[in-house]
Every structure is written in structure tokens, then in C-alpha cells.
Write a protein that binds this ligand. Structure first.
Ligand code: AMP
Length: 233
């Protein structure tokens, strides 16, 4: 059974940074719907052209397009053992679709980590954010500056500010999060899948807590599966 981890949280909560570290620690792919959309934009594919306006305005891309794109990504060979999902699901319909995609493979969401960060901190974090053009590593002028200004520590690539990194878009993205994504906290809490994580702690502390939470959930998933096998036998 695979390990499917969902990272939930507002824009700027640090999901990308944490998903990347967690993916490396667990040797699982980091599946970011935002990165997939940006790659489509960059490659100027049909999908890229379709989603460009939504990204620029900080609005959500329609569910049908998003779900099809992520389902296709999860179908790839490297996601057979699981994945760390970052930025998906973002609506209740997406969450239900994810359940369906996983159930069709005899899988389920293992755990949902809610990386909780206050709105004012989200806004402050969004405004200092720089991204590597090559490897998509994320930096922050205050919280995580690169060793050399404008240059990625990981691959030496050029750092840039995303097109959706303008003050109006930041505010809109937070509003959209509160309206459309925050209800997922309750959705997953009711399913006993949610674990709260203080996303305002230091990056390393968030990572340590996240890793412990996911490892515990993975153990529980294996125990439940074995128990289930015993009842069937
Ligand atoms: P992110 O990199 O996760 O902050 O996403 C950047 C932008 O991509 C968002 O503001 C949306 O326009 C779009 N996007 C990413 N993930 C989703 C999703 N699950 N549903 C709809 N739109 C998304």
C-alpha cells in the first residue's frame, strides 16, 4: 500500500519547501499542481494557454482541468509507492476526486498535514518570495535567503519572482484559499485524517514534526491493512 500525503495550507504556508524535503526523506515524488501548471505555461501547451489567466489573477483553475492533470501525474510509474501532494486538493470536489482516483487503485489518502500559518504571516511570506527558474527551489528574502543574491543554492539557477507574485494577487490568493480551500480542514478532520502542524515554527522544526506525523500514519495504515486481512481470512 502506498503512502499518499496531502499538505494543506494557505499560499505561502511553506508547503512547497516542506513537500520537497519530505519527498526526499521518504523517497517519494513531490507532486505540486502549481508546478505542473507553471511547467505547462512555460512549455506553452494547450493546458498552459488555458490556465494562464487563472494563475495570473490568483484564481483557482477549474476542477475538471486540475483533476485530470493531477490524476494523470499520479498514474505515472514513480507514484506507484505514493506521493507527497502539494497544492492539491484545493476544493471539496478535488478531494472527492482524489479519493476516487486512489480507491480505483486500492489506495487511500494516508494523512493530511495542515500546515497552519496566520493570514498576516502568509502575506509577509508571499511578498518576499523568489523561485529558481531551473529547479523551482523557493527562497525568501527574510526567512530563507539564498547564499548568493539572485542565485539558487541548489543548482546555481537564476532566481525570479513568479508572475502571480504581485500584492493584489497575494491578497486574492489568500481570499480564494479562505473561501475554497480552508473548508478542506473540516472535511479531512471529520475523516480523522487531519493532523495540525504549526507552520510558523522554523523550517527544520516543521519538517521534523511532519516527518514524524507521516511515519506514524504510515505505520497505522499498515496495521489497519493487516487487521483487515486477518478479518477477511
Ligand atoms: P501554487 O504554486 O500551489 O501556489 O499554485 C499557483 C496557482 O496555480 C494557484 O494560484 C492556482 O491558480 C493554480 N493552482 C494550483 N493548484 C491548484 C488546484 N489544486 N486547483 C486549482 N488551481 C490550482
Amino acid at each position: 500500500m502506498g503512502l499518499f500525503v496531502v499538505l494543506l495550507g494557505g499560499p505561502g504556508a511553506g508547503k512547497g519547501t516542506q513537500a520537497d524535503l519530505l519527498g526526499k526523506a521518504l523517497q517519494l515524488p513531490h507532486v505540486s499542481s502549481g508546478d505542473l501548471f507553471r511547467a505547462a505555461l512555460k512549455a506553452d501547451t494547450e493546458l498552459g494557454r488555458e490556465v494562464k489567466g487563472y494563475l495570473a489573477r490568483g484564481e483557482l483553475v477549474p476542477d475538471a482541468l486540475t483533476i485530470a492533470m493531477v490524476a494523470q501525474r499520479l498514474d505515472q510509474a514513480d507514484c506507484q509507492r505514493g506521493a507527497v501532494l502539494d497544492g492539491f486538493p484545493r476544493t471539496i470536489d478535488q478531494a472527492e476526486a482524489l479519493d476516487g482516483v486512489l480507491a480505483a487503485r486500492g489506495e487511500q489518502v494516508t494523512v493530511v498535514a495542515f500546515v497552519n500559518v496566520g493570514e498576516d504571516v502568509l502575506l509577509a511570506r508571499l511578498s518576499g518570495r523568489w523561485t529558481c527558474r531551473i529547479c523551482q527551489a523557493v527562497y525568501h528574502l527574510l526567512y530563507k535567503p539564498p547564499r548568493e543574491a539572485g542565485k539558487c543554492d541548489v543548482c546555481g539557477g537564476e532566481l525570479y519572482q513568479r508572475a502571480d507574485d504581485s500584492p493584489e494577487t497575494h491578497k486574492r490568493r489568500i481570499e480564494v484559499y479562505l473561501e475554497q480551500t480552508a473548508p478542506l480542514v473540516q472535511f479531512y478532520r471529520e475523516r480523522h485524517l487531519l493532523v495540525d502542524i504549526d507552520g510558523e515554527a522554523r523550517i527544520e522544526d516543521v519538517q521534523a514534526r511532519l516527518l514524524a506525523v507521516v511515519q506514524r500514519a504510515g505505520r497505522q495504515q499498515r496495521l489497519d491493512r493487516d487487521k483487515c486481512r486477518t478479518c477477511v481470512d
